[in-house]
Write a protein that binds this ligand. Structure first.
Ligand code: AMP
Ligand code: GLY
Length: 418
């Protein structure tokens, strides 16, 4: 099969590598990145929001189907665009992608389906938001920009002064182009991610994963796009996993279907186990990043076949996942990330080629024999092992062999599982 993957990060690298496990598949990634080429992925220089050229490429190269990685093209309607030209594409359409594009849309769906999530209020006027904050008694409080903010639109304000500052930035200055904010209750507990393949009202769960979002060891400092991930999650029991499937994913997928929203693609639930049980932090309309990097290598069934069957709305009998052991991945990021990343050389590409572990590349470009950084998150190195300690030893040994001049990484990925 000929498959086109849209996107340019480590998640798309992981999707491509999973699709390439079937040696009959030819996989293209647009725009991709230079690092991916080291694993034989063919990159095509078409930007992810250039639907016209993307569809043209699919048409002229007889692509069997396209898989969309990032949220932006989904929310902008790439699926609808391809379908109008009778091109097969895996992902939710523009209406369904609102589960990620609009926090208020998703909160309403959850309320309709009786799914537990943080109490919230939405505001479009600064004055109303400020008045509401004055009567809030519990801090910290969470303030979210409604719309896509590339993971940067969530603020945890410790007190009234900080909260007032954030809503002013969002509703008066329109930071991130915000016109509406959600102010919600702060939830405390163990976070975990559950992704499912969705075919209208049918869905197929993947194993649980956990993302380490904060920049510094010990979960300190600002949020990032993800500093590492682990799959499966030791602290979450099988019962809780089953409860999340039955009481969160099932009612949500059913509610979407009952409201006439035909969802096809990946649905990601960001969940938290609080003292009062599981609650939803967010839904995303795509594979999670960096969870996908550690989840897909554990897939034993053929990913390209799963997607093909979903696109034909055929029931899948069974999806096989590796049992036992775990996958643990650590992201090398640019020094200064996420505030002010500094770019430079990452070393000789032979060092990367010699690495004995799987690498997924993100903001990496190549000039002659050298790799260079051009963004925050650079590459994720992962290991599979029986214990967290063994996986950590393997990953950190390889990371230490890399040129350290321009990279930074957390030293405690996996700590929650020990
Ligand atoms: P989101 O973009 O909604 O996934 O939020 C990013 C991160 O902010 C989450 O993974 C949580 O760590 C944190 N967060 C979001 N909403 C809440 C909440 N209501 N309570 C506590 N933390 C939250
Ligand atoms: N890992 C969080 C996300 O993909 O949004």
């Amino acid at each position: 099969m000929k498959i086109l993957v849209v996107g340019s990060g480590a998640r798309e690298d992981a999707i491509c590598q999973a699709l390439q496990k079937n040696s009959q598949n030819v996989v293209f990634c647009a725009p991709g990145n230079d690092g991916m080429k080291l694993s034989g992925i063919k990159t095509i220089s078409i930007e992810e929001n250039d639907f016209e050229r993307m569809a043209n490429f699919a048409q002229t190269n007889s692509i069997d189907y396209t898989v969309v990685g990032p949220e932006e093209p989904l929310v902008n309607g790439i699926v609808d665009f391809f379908k109008r030209q009778n091109l097969k594409i895996f992902g939710p359409n523009q209406q369904a992608a609102q589960v990620e594009g609009s926090k208020t849309f998703t909160k309403r769906l959850m309320a309709d389906a009786g799914i537990p999530t943080a109490q919230y209020q939405e505001f479009t006027k600064l004055e109303d938001a400020l008045n509401y904050l004055k009567i809030v008694s519990d801090f910290p409080i969470v303030i979210k920009a409604d719309g896509l903010a590339a993971g940067k639109g969530v603020f945890i304000a410790p007190d009234l002064v900080a909260a007032a500052e954030v809503v002013t930035d969002l509703l008066a200055e329109h930071k991130f182009n915000t016109r509406r904010v959600v102010i919600e209750e702060y939830l405390e507990g163990e976070e975990f991610s559950l992704m499912v393949f969705v075919d209208h009202k049918r869905f197929y769960p993947m194993p649980l994963a956990q993302d380490y979002k904060k920049i510094l060891d010990g979960d300190l400092g600002p949020n990032t796009g993800g500093m590492g991930a682990v799959c499966p999650v030791a602290n979450i029991s099988k019962n809780i996993e089953q409860e999340a499937i039955e009481n969160v994913l099932k009612p949500f997928v059913t509610e979407l279907y009952d409201q006439g929203i035909k969802y096809t693609g990946i649905l990601y639930a960001g969940l938290i186990l609080t003292k009062k049980g599981i609650k939803v932090i967010e839904f995303n309309a795509r594979f999670g990043d960096p969870e996908t990097e550690v989840v897909l290598p554990r897939l034993q069934s053929d990913l390209s076949e799963i997607i093909e069957q979903i696109l034909c709305h055929k029931k899948i009998k069974k999806i096989d996942w590796q049992i036992g052991g775990l996958n643990l991945g650590v992201f090398a990021v640019s020094k200064g990330y996420p505030i002010k990343p500094v770019f430079g050389s990452l070393g000789d590409r032979d060092t990367f080629k010699k690495c004995s572990l799987m690498i997924n590349y993100a903001s990496v470009r190549r000039e002659q024999q050298q790799l260079y950084s051009h963004g925050g998150r650079l590459y994720l190195i992962q290991a599979q092992a029986e214990t967290v300690e063994d996986a950590q030893t393997k990953v950190y040994q390889e990371l230490e062999k890399m040129d350290q001049t321009n990279i930074f990484y957390r030293r405690d990925i996996g700590k929650n599982s020990i």
